[in-house]
Design a protein around this ligand. Structure first.
Ligand code: GAL
Length: 689
C-alpha cells in the first residue's frame, strides 16, 4: 500500500523496536518469562524475533515436536500488542541431527570434515538438511501462519560460509556444466587453464579452490564464489517453499551482515543477487563506536555508506535486524556506548532508511559464549540501569517517528559497488597487494557527499543508472561488456560519470581485455590509461589540480590523452607533467577519470566543482561544522531531516527554513546548539519555505 509515496515493508505502520528473543533458554523460569512481558512494555519495545536457534527445543528428538512453549510466547506477546518475527531454525542444528545424518556437516576447504558444534555450518547441498529444514518450516507455517502476531519470516540466521564435501563438488560441477553449456573447452578458455598446464580433460577433475589444491586459477575462484552465492540462495529458496505456499502475505527476510573489521559490505555472498529473493532487506550492524583508531564521525560516515548500499539494493526502507544497545562481546575491546550514543546511533539507522531498531538481544543469557553480550535486559533483571533506560528512550522516540515509516530517500548521486569486482580485485596479483582496499576507496568518495549532506545511493551494476545526475565508479577492475556499454549510454544520454584508476581491466571471466582499454571507455573518456604505477608508502608524488597541489599514494595511472582535457598533472617522476585527472564531453554527458589515488582534500575540491556544475544540494540547507551529519527521509509532502552530532563537542547549527522538532513538536529556532552526540529530528513540510 502506498500513501504519499511511502512503501510499507511490513503490515506495521509504526517503527519496530525490540529484537532477538530466546525464551527457549528460560523455559524452566516462568518468573523470568513473566518479567519479560512486563519489561517489554516498560521499554517501549514491540517486536521480537523468536526461534532463531530453537530447533532442539522445537524438535528435541527426530519427529517429536514441542510447540506449546512457542504457542504461549505468541499469545503473550500478542496480548501486550507486540509483533513476532518468526525465524526458521536452520542456523543451528540439534545434535541428534548431525549424529544421525553426518552428511549435514560441512567439509572445509582443506577437505576436513567438521564435528558437530557451533552454528551457521551446515552443508547447503545436503538433501537431508534441505528436507529437514523444509519439514520444520512447514510445521511452523501451519501452526503460526494465521496468528495475528506474526509479522514476518526471518529465514535462518546470517547465511555464510561454504562446504567442500563431495555433494557440493558435484553440485559445483553441475553448476559449471550449465553455465558453460556442457562445453569443457569453453570453461578451459574462460579460466585460461593452459597456464601452468591446468587444462581439464574431464569435468570430474574440477575441484573447488583449496589451499591443498588449486587457488591460482582466478576464473575458478570467481565461479566458485558465484556458485556459493547461488547455492546459498538455492538452500534459502528451499527453506521458503512452505512459507510462500501457506503464508504468501507474510514478508520474508534474512539478516545480512557487514565485514566487521572495517564495516565494509559482507564479502562472501553477492547480496545484490540475494536481494532479489527477499521481500525486505534486513541487516545486523555492530559498529565499534568510541574505538581508538578513528573519529566518531569517520565511523558514522562508514555506517552511512553501508546503510545506503543495503537500502539501495531494493530502493525501499530496510530493517535493522540486530544491533547492540550497549556493547558486543566479540570486539577486541568491548566498549560501552557513551551517554547519548545509543539514541544517536539508532536514529542514524532510521535516517538512512531503516524502519526498525532491533537488538541482539532482548535478554542476556546466563551461560555460554554470549553471556556478556549487551542486551536490553541485563543479568540484574532490572529496568533501573543505564542501558535499559537508553533503550526506553529510543522506544519513546520511535513511537513519535511513526510518520517516517515507509518514507524513502532520494538521491541524485550514486556510487557503484560490485561484489564480483570485489572478489576479482582481491585475487588480482599485481598492483599493491595490500593497498587495493576497494570498499574503503568507495567510502572515500562517499565521504565528501556525507560531509556536505548530499544524499547518495550506493548501487550495483544492474541497477538503473539514468536516475542519477552523477555516477561515481571507483576501481571497477572487472567491468563486463554489458556494464561498459551501459556506462557509455549513461554518459551519452547526459550523465556525468567519474571513474578511477584500475578500472575496465578484466571481463566477467577475469580475463584481461586485449588490445587495450575497452573501446567504449576510450570513446567516453577520450583517453587511454597506459600503465598503472604502484607506489611504496614512502614514495612521494603529487597532482596539481586547479592551482593546488595534492599528495597521491598507492596508484598513479599514466594516461595517453587523446581528445580529453587534462584537469590535473603529475608533479614528479618520469610521468611529471603528464595528465593524472581528465575530463571529456561525450554526446550529452561528461566523463572524468581520476588516475591517481588522491586525498580527501582533493575529493572535496573536485566534487565541490561538480556539485556546483550539477546543482547538487542537500535536502535542506543546514549549516554546521565538521562531524555533524544531516540526512533526510521524505515522502511526497514532508521531509524528515535528522541532524546528528557525531562529535564529542557542542555544535552550533543554523537553518534557514521553517521547521518543527518532530519529538517536541516545537518550532526550531534558526540557530540552535547540539550537545555532544545529540540528534534532532526536524519536520519540514514541502509547502513551507
Ligand atoms: C550476530 C548473530 C547473533 C549474535 C550477535 C552477537 O552476528 O546473528 O546471533 O551472535 O551476532 O553480536
Amino acid at each position: 500500500m502506498s500513501i504519499h509515496g511511502k512503501t510499507f515493508v511490513t503490515k506495521a505502520k509504526h517503527m519496530l523496536h525490540g529484537g532477538d528473543y530466546n525464551p527457549d533458554q528460560w523455559l524452566d523460569r516462568p518468573d523470568i518469562l513473566a518479567d519479560d512481558l512486563h519489561l517489554m512494555k516498560l521499554s517501549h519495545t514491540n517486536t521480537f524475533s523468536v526461534g532463531i536457534f530453537a530447533w532442539s527445543t522445537l524438535e528435541p528428538e527426530e519427529g517429536v515436536y514441542h510447540f506449546e512453549w512457542l504457542d504461549d510466547i505468541f499469545e503473550n506477546i500478542h496480548k501486550i500488542g507486540g509483533n513476532i518475527i518468526l525465524a526458521t531454525p536452520s542456523g543451528a542444528r540439534p545434535a541428534w541431527l548431525s549424529q544421525k545424518y553426518p552428511e549435514v556437516l560441512r567439509v572445509d576447504e582443506n577437505r576436513v570434515k567438521q564435528l558437530h558444534g557451533g552454528r551457521h555450518n551446515h552443508c547447503f547441498t545436503s538433501e537431508v538438511y534441505r528436507k529437514k529444514t523444509q519439514q520444520i518450516n512447514r510445521l511452523l507455517a501451519e501452526r503460526y501462519g494465521n496468528h495475528p502476531a506474526l509479522l514476518m519470516w526471518h529465514i535462518s540466521n546470517e547465511y555464510s560460509g561454504e562446504c567442500h564435501c563431495e555433494k557440493c563438488q558435484e553440485a559445483f560441477r553441475d553448476w559449471l556444466k550449465s553455465t558453460y553449456n556442457n562445453d569443457l573447452d569453453a570453461l578451459n578458455k574462460a579460466w585460461w587453464t593452459s597456464f601452468w598446464s591446468h587444462t581439464y580433460t574431464e569435468w570430474s577433475q574440477i575441484e573447488s579452490p583449496s589451499p591443498i589444491g588449486e587457488k591460482g586459477v582466478h576464473g575458478l575462484n570467481l565461479d566458485w564464489r558465484r556458485f556459493v552465492t547461488d547455492q546459498t540462495i538455492s538452500f534459502f529458496e528451499n527453506e521458503i517453499v512452505p512459507l510462500k505456499e501457506l503464508t504468501p502475505e507474510i514478508p520474508i527476510t534474512t539478516n545480512f551482515m557487514a565485514d566487521t573489521s572495517d564495516l565494509i559490505p559482507f564479502q562472501a555472498l553477492d547480496y545484490s543477487k540475494f536481494a532479489k529473493h527477499l521481500d525486505v532487506i534486513s541487516w545486523d550492524a555492530y559498529p565499534a563506536w568510541h574505538n581508538d583508531w578513528e573519529s566518531t564521525a569517520d565511523l558514522a560516515m562508514k555506517v552511512g555508506f553501508i546503510n545506503d548500499l543495503y537500502r539501495s539494493l531494493k530502493q525501499q526502507p530496510f530493517l535493522l535486524m540486530e544491533s547492540t544497545p550497549s556493547k558486543v562481546n566479540w570486539h577486541d575491546v568491548n566498549k560501552a556506548k557513551r551517554p547519548g550514543m545509543h539514541l544517536l546511533s539508532s536514529m542514524q539507522m532510521i535516517a538512512h532508511g531503516s524502519d526498525s531498531i532491533l537488538y541482539f538481544q532482548w535478554r542476556k543469557s546466563r551461560g555460554s559464549s554470549e553471556k556478556f553480550h549487551g542486551a536490553v535486559v541485563d543479568h540484574d533483571n532490572s529496568p533501573n540501569n543505564r542501558v535499559f533506560q537508553d533503550v526506553t528512550e529510543v522506544g519513546e522516540t520511535l513511537e513519535k517517528l511513526a510518520p517516517v515509516v515507509g518514507t524513502n530517500r532520494t538521491s541524485e548521486v550514486a556510487i557503484l559497488f560490485d561484489w564480483e569486482n570485489h572478489w576479482a580485485l582481491g585475487d588480482a596479483q599485481g598492483f599493491g597487494m595490500k593497498s587495493k582496499r576497494y570498499p574503503q576507496t568507495l567510502q572515500q568518495h562517499y565521504r565528501t557527499f556525507w560531509e556536505r549532506d548530499i544524499p547518495v545511493d550506493v548501487i550495483t551494476k544492474e541497477q538503473n543508472f539514468s536516475a542519477y545526475r552523477l555516477l561515481i565508479v571507483p576501481m571497477l577492475y572487472l567491468a563486463n561488456e554489458e556494464t561498459v556499454a551501459r556506462l557509455k549510454s549513461y554518459v551519452a544520454n547526459g550523465g556525468t560519470l567519474v571513474m578511477t584508476y584500475i578500472s575496465g581491466i578484466v571481463n566477467e571471466y577475469d580475463l584481461t581485455y586485449t588490445g587495450g582499454w575497452p573501446k567504449d571507455f576510450q570513446d567516453i573518456f577520450g583517453m587511454r590509461p597506459l600503465e598503472t604505477d604502484t607506489l611504496y608508502p614512502s614514495d612521494r608524488n603529487y597532482v596539481t589540480y586547479q592551482d593546488k597541489t595534492y599528495p597521491i599514494k598507492d596508484y598513479a595511472t599514466i594516461i595517453d590523452l587523446e581528445s580529453a582535457q587534462a584537469e590535473g598533472l603529475y608533479k614528479e617522476d618520469f610521468y611529471a607533467k603528464l595528465p593524472a585527472v581528465t575530463s571529456h564531453s561525450y554526446k550529452g554527458g561528461k566523463a572524468y577519470y581520476i588516475g591517481a589515488r588522491l586525498d580527501d582534500e582533493f575529493h572535496r575540491d573536485f566534487y565541490s566543482r561538480l556539485m556546483t556544475d550539477l546543482s547538487l544540494t542537500s535536502v535542506l540547507l543546514v549549516n554546521h561544522g565538521p562531524g555533524v551529519s544531516v540526512q533526510a527521509r521524505r515522502d511526497t509532502v514532508t521531509d524528515y531531516v535528522f541532524v546528528m552530532n557525531f562529535t564529542e563537542e557542542k555544535q552550533t547549527v543554523t537553518i534557514q527554513s521553517e521547521v518543527q522538532d518532530l519529538v517536541t513538536k516545537e518550532n526550531v529556532p534558526a540557530e540552535f546548539t547540539l550537545k555532544p552526540y545529540e540528534v534532532k529530528i526536524l519536520v519540514h513540510s514541502k509547502s513551507n519555505k
